[in-house]
Design a protein around this ligand. Structure first.
Ligand SMILES: O=C(O)C(=O)Cc1ccccc1
Length: 302
């Protein structure tokens, strides 16, 4: 049976580029779905074996819809990450000139990464958020908007043309996509891994955030991302999203997780998986496997 993947569609999204990069031999049947939440629902319902969704961008930060959907689905795990360099074009129906553009649609992350360009070249235009760049392009082809900020592939998919190319304010922006599975065990360690967690600290406890950070610092674990997000339970109620270098099967990470579990109100483990750049990070000698093994056997002999 071919394995099915649900991804943020329709055809022509950057997420589809991530799917193609990840599954270069096209071994999976990829189904576009309208929202990130639906991609995860399909996964949980067993209608898809994997889901590919945008997670964060080097210019605009994380994708809130993805973080929320991950919190909503308890047993969904990140098993891989994919990095894609995204390029944005201004797409119009053939024959439309740029000075006819009044309403531009795109995904909020694309809008944020082209803000200076649109302010300069389309100062009067109204920007409308859409569920994806390709959905915006599709709606331009249907006549709903004058232009979309999307990929060259979206232009091809929907019979549009680029009235301006490469309009990102910063060249070389990278977007990180994640491959998700339901109820999957952590991917095998590669030596260059990342672990994603969400920690809920005890509110009104001075030093609670410092205590959280200490779990990693004393074990020589580098954090590549720390983000506070509202829990939705009330003003001032936040959880912390953490990307830490290392794998849950490594003693230092295992012990850091035990420390978090003891000191936090709640901890969600979202997965340990290979870093897309394959770069193994240096581990301090006091925190490597040998140091933990020696300390453990010393303790046993006491
Ligand atoms: O809308 C898309 O095409 C996506 O895949 C989401 C997205 C939007 C902007 C930058 C990177 C990913």
């Amino acid at each position: 049976m071919t394995s099915r993947i649900a991804y943020l569609g329709p055809a022509g999204t950057f997420t589809e580029q991530a799917v193609r990069q990840w599954d270069s031999r096209q071994e999976h049947e990829a189904t576009p779905v309208p929202t990130v939440a639906e991609a995860l629902q399909r996964l949980v319902a067993g209608e898809a074996h994997a889901a590919v969704v945008p997670f964060e961008n080097s210019v605009e930060g994380s994708v809130p819809a993805t973080l929320q959907a991950l919190l909503d689905q308890e047993r969904v795990r990140i098993v891989e990450e994919v990095l894609v360099e995204v390029q944005f074009d201004l797409l119009v129906r053939p024959g439309t000139s740029q000075d006819q553009v009044r309403v531009v649609a795109t995904h909020p992350h694309a809008a944020a990464q082209t803000r200076a360009w649109t302010a300069r070249h389309l100062p009067q235009a109204q920007l409308v958020p859409e569920s994806s760049t390709a959905r915006a392009a599709q709606a331009v082809a249907e006549g709903t908007y004058d232009a979309a900020i999307a990929s060259t592939e979206a232009a091809r998919s929907y019979g549009l043309e680029a009235s301006a190319e490469r309009i990102a304010d910063r060249a070389g922006a990278l977007t990180r996509f994640v491959v998700l599975r339901h109820g999957a065990p952590a991917a095998a360690p590669t030596g260059a891994d990342r672990t994603t967690l969400v920690a809920l600290i005890w509110q009104n406890r001075p030093g609670a955030l410092l205590e959280l950070l200490e779990q990693f610092a004393v074990r020589g674990i580098d954090l590549s991302r720390l983000e506070s997000r509202p829990t939705g339970e009330g003003l001032g109620e936040y959880c912390f999203w953490i990307d830490a270098d290392g794998h849950v099967s490594e003693p230092r990470m295992g012990e850091a997780l035990l420390g978090l579990r003891r000191t936090c109100r709640d901890v969600r483990f979202l997965g340990s998986y290979p870093r897309a750049d394959g770069q193994a990070r240096p581990v301090p000698v006091h925190a490597d496997e040998q140091a933990y093994a020696e300390a453990r056997s010393w303790l046993q002999e006491l």
